[in-house]
Design a protein. Structure first.
Length: 291
């Protein structure tokens, strides 16, 4: 087993064209060594916001959500991965040398690594599994193991395996949306576009108050940071630490807590919810505070 050094983080401009790529890497082996990638950590702060939109919104394309498959034209060796935000969709471009491999891309309930079967933790509430065959990144690509743009649709792309000529990735999306896939040459590329989709207003009113902040917090949680965000009691205790430092916290219901300041008898009732109920990062946020 060898670890794939993964994907280079390329925060490309919103007008990224499908022709984006990179210089040719060292010559790929004619018989790729099978190995399993180990993504590197990418940990934004829970309070971080996504960059301001630089592309005006447009109506989302009416693409289907069904899986896409294609037969290989040739074995392809991965050389570059880039992402970009467009007016109505987000784009991922996989660049290869020597040819375009076959691919299977479709929605799954969760992404598992190949071959161990470990969960590939991704932010979002919908997940795409991307598999190229015959393909490999061994000896042909270097970089980190994840790209985390936190775009409207595309939140993160992570390596999921490079084993016996099957090269796998997982993509975390803000929600299930239509997507398209097509191939280009000179250089060899497989392009995946995911349509933007409207999300309901974010319910959180303290600490995490927007969807981009929430997705960033999920990434941090998945990387082992800020585990308290998954505990309703600890979230309420964090709020109390800022607003009523000497208060006691007691649970009054499944998602309701009472915060009491002993010296003044001041009380607050805190209510919250989990905006996303899939994946490992099912974080809890405060939705209402009443005296």
């Amino acid at each position: 087993m060898r670890s794939l050094r993964g994907l280079a983080v390329l925060a490309v401009a919103a007008g990224l064209a499908a022709g984006c790529g990179s210089a040719a890497p060292p010559q790929a082996s004619s018989t790729p060594t099978s190995h399993v990638p180990k993504p590197a950590a990418t940990v934004p702060s829970a309070r971080a916001s996504a960059p301001p939109a630089s592309v005006p919104a447009s109506p989302a394309p009416a693409w289907p959500t069904t899986a896409r498959t294609a037969s290989p034209s040739h074995a392809g060796y991965l050389t570059a991965v880039s992402v970009g935000r467009h007016a109505a969709y987000d784009r991922v471009v996989f660049t290869f040398r020597e040819g375009i491999p076959g691919y299977t891309i479709g929605y799954v309930s969760e992404v598992r690594s190949d071959p161990q079967g470990d969960l590939v933790a991704l932010p979002g509430q919908a997940f795409l599994r991307i598999v190229f065959h015959p393909s490999s990144a061994y000896h042909s690509y270097t970089g980190t193991g994840s790209i985390t743009p936190i775009f409207p649709a595309l939140l993160q792309v992570r390596t999921a395996g490079d084993f016996e000529s099957y090269l796998s990735f997982g993509a975390g999306l803000s929600q299930r949306a239509g997507f398209r896939v097509f191939a280009l040459t000179q250089p060899y590329r497989v392009v995946m576009d995911v349509a933007h989709a409207s999300l309901p207003p974010f319910p959180g009113i303290w600490d995490i108050t927007t969807w981009p902040q929430f997705w960033a917090a999920q990434v941090a949680f998945n990387e082992g940071h800020q585990p308290w965000l998954g505990s309703p009691l600890m979230v309420v205790q964090a709020w109390a630490g800022e607003h009523m430092p000497n208060a006691t916290v007691s649970q009054a219901g499944p998602n309701t807590f009472k915060v009491t300041e002993p010296s003044t008898d001041q009380q607050a009732v805190i209510t919250g919810t989990r905006p996303v109920t899939v994946g490992p990062a099912q974080l809890w946020v405060i939705t209402r505070i009443s005296s």
